[in-house]
Design a protein around this ligand. Structure first.
Ligand SMILES: [Fe+2]
Length: 383
């Protein structure tokens, strides 16, 4: 059997096992869904040496790691495939930083540059990546890439340029390194977080900054953004309860990008939140957490139907939003994927939702087949 050895953080107490686990002789020890009652029990299992079956996703990652782990990337590839490279590179670099390897600094900066380039080149595709359902992706490496992409968009609108923008994006990629594996556990956890877990969460910004200082990162903006990425304008954030102008604008940008991207991801205890509800939340419960300018910028940039979301049109087509248009945030360009009879289009027709017959009637949840090539819809490949 082709297997992957489990390490601390892969499994946790009070959380359903996502896959069956085996001993070194391929003997199944626990079925998927089993719940360990205590951290001690989990520790014993890890120390004993346990394995899970390698999945298709692992295979893709191996392939990506071997083929593309370099500091250069092919800018002609589809953003939907580049994002897998970015996540894979980030996974490697974060491990290097955790091991105290100083090469991590340069590599994060190069990755930040590449992500900024992609966002400047095709922000609609970058936004689609954030909004498309990603059921099987590794949250701890895809989520920071999504935060970096959304932070890039907001940085452009808030006139943060040059070195500061680069430092901010580097920070967004490394802000959660202090709780990397723990994030995966939280993502799968169905019960409310415990007091011990809450403390660990509240401590992670400072722990992340410590890990970065250890490898010689002295960049003040980078470190401050990492330390402040959960602070809130109203003083209700952590770890230091800072407020107003005590918080860097760059930190608030990463913070709002983090919260919004997390809302777009499903967790074990809830589905992804739809865009309209998420944006409404920024005006209500989360209203005091960010400056009004920043919340309004986010809402203005995304519109009600951002790229990557699915909609039902007046002609009963189901389509995916592909392009925002200036001054027409409620009437974006859509490509239809399914007709009124439920048949899939082979070539996705373009629908201008400014026309009455293609007007957007509602947002919907829709799942494209796993092997669907989004590069075709965005015009990066023909088949
Ligand atoms: Fe965080």
């Amino acid at each position: 059997m082709n297997v992957v050895k489990l390490v601390r953080g892969d499994i946790a107490e009070n959380t359903e096992l996502p896959w069956p686990i085996f001993d070194a002789n391929d003997y199944m020890l626990y079925k998927a869904g089993h719940i360990f009652d205590s951290a001690d029990e989990v520790e014993k299992i890890i120390q004993r040496g346990v394995y899970r079956e390698r999945t298709l996703e692992d295979e893709n990652f191996l392939e990506t790691d071997q083929e593309h782990f370099s500091d250069s990337f092919n800018r002609f590839r589809s953003p939907f495939s580049l994002v897998n490279d970015f996540a894979s590179r980030l996974g490697h670099i974060l491990s290097q930083i955790e091991d105290g390897n100083q090469v991590g600094r340069e590599r994060i900066l190069k990755l930040a540059e590449d992500i900024i380039w992609l966002c400047e080149h095709d922000m609609d595709a970058a936004l689609a990546i954030i909004h498309l359902p990603s059921n099987h992706k590794r949250y701890s490496i895809y989520h920071p890439v999504h935060i970096a992409m959304l932070s890039s968009l907001l940085a452009i609108r808030m006139n943060i340029n040059g070195e500061n923008r680069l430092s901010m994006i580097a920070a967004s990629l490394t802000a959660n390194i202090g709780m990397r594996n723990f994030q995966e556990v939280l993502q799968r956890q169905c019960i409310p977080i415990t007091e011990k877990q809450r403390k660990r969460i509240q401590n992670h910004p400072l722990k992340s900054a410590r890990l970065l200082r250890k490898i010689g990162i002295l960049d003040e903006v980078w470190l401050k953004v990492v330390e402040q990425h959960h602070e809130q304008s109203n003083g209700k954030g952590y770890p230091n309860g800072l407020s107003g102008s005590e918080i860097l604008l760059e930190s608030s940008i990463v913070s709002i990008a983090d919260v919004y991207s997390a809302m777009m991801s499903k967790r074990a205890d809830r589905k992804a939140i739809n865009v309209q509800d998420a944006l409404r939340e920024f005006f209500t419960e989360k209203g005091g957490a960010y400056s009004e300018t920043l919340s309004l910028t986010l809402i203005k940039e995304l519109g009600i139907y951002p790229p990557g979301t699915f909609v039902r049109l007046a002609n009963d087509d189901i389509g995916i939003v592909v392009k925002r248009l200036i001054g027409r945030s409620n009437n974006p360009i859509v490509k239809s994927v399914q007709n009124a009879e439920g048949e899939k289009y082979t070539a996705s027709p373009v629908r201008d939702t400014g026309f009455k017959k293609y007007q957007i009637m509602e947002s919907i949840f829709y799942q494209l087949p796993e092997d669907y090539n989004l590069g075709i819809i965005w015009g990066y490949s023909k088949k």
